[in-house]
Ligand binder design. Structure first.
Ligand code: PGA
Length: 261
């Protein structure tokens, strides 16, 4: 797995044709480019085959937004199966996004099953965790609870953290639920991810450097470079700012400037 990652998450905000058009823009803009990071977009499932087609010849990868856990397809109406991802050679999927937790009632148990299903099948999961807390102690309890029940060292099988990506998305910073708190500076994001890194270490007892840790929550062309140049920030999940071509391109370019070899 790459150690720097930028993903634009389109959720269900674009129609099929809008997704194809935006993918064509990004595919043409970055045709033939080589990136020192994994750059991708996570479109709605029904748009994926069209989007894949428009991105051919560019480094922009297709990432899946969410997956159901059984390795075989079957009786899970409305789901995207792991078998479908394998067929399309999609290697990475998000799981546990706060909108899945809140609007679809997903529990840490569900998310752990998804994580294990991915790992058993060679798919890299991006595990999203998040909180709304202002108090640091409570925040750490909430995050520890999410981590412990999905990747904790007391669970079997023990998970090899080098096959996982963590995305820390403070719920209050995500545009869906933005509150009045100012967006964090690069330094604050670096500190938050440093804290997440040590929580991951505590619950897994594995080298914290093994897994990339991304930030999510109103990342935009205005703050991306500041975030990406901080030592503990391995990249971002980008929602709203990924819905417009120039804006998403500028965020990929911020990654290029921050991480050029
Ligand atoms: P946002 O969304 O960038 O619009 O805040 C991020 C996310 O939901 O992952």
């Amino acid at each position: 797995m790459a150690n720097k990652i930028i993903i634009g998450v389109w959720k269900d905000r674009l129609t099929v044709n809008e997704s194809a058009k935006l993918a064509r823009f990004l595919g043409e803009r970055f045709k033939g480019a080589k990136w020192p990071f994994l750059g991708g977009i996570a479109p709605a499932p029904i748009t994926i085959t069209k989007v894949l087609n428009r991105l051919k010849g560019s480094p922009v990868q297709v990432i899946n937004q969410d997956v159901h856990w059984p390795a075989s397809s079957g009786s899970y109406i409305g789901s995207t199966s792991i078998a479908m991802l394998k067929e399309l050679k999609i290697k990475v999927t998000m799981i546990g996004h706060s909108e899945r937790r809140r609007f679809f009632g997903e529990t840490n148990d569900d998310i752990r099953r998804k994580l294990l299903g991915c790992l058993d099948n060679g798919i890299y999961p991006i595990l999203c965790i998040g909180d709304s807390e202002t108090d640091e102690r409570v925040r750490n309890e909430v995050l520890t609870e999410q981590l412990r029940n999905v990747i904790g060292q007391n669970l079997t099988p023990i998970i090899d953290m080098s096959n996982i990506v963590i995305a820390y998305e403070p719920v209050w910073a995500i545009s869906t639920w933005r509150d009045k708190r100012p967006l964090p500076t690069g330094q604050e994001v670096g500190e938050m991810l440093d804290n997440v890194r040590s929580l991951v270490h505590k619950v897994t007892n594995q080298e914290p450097s093994k897994c990339p840790i991304l930030f999510g929550g109103s990342v935009s062309p205005a703050n991306a470079y500041d975030y990406f140049t901080k030592a503990n920030v391995d990249g971002a999940l980008v929602g709203g700012a990924s819905l417009e071509g120039e804006s998403m391109a500028a965020i990929f370019e911020a990654g290029l400037s921050a991480w050029k070899k």
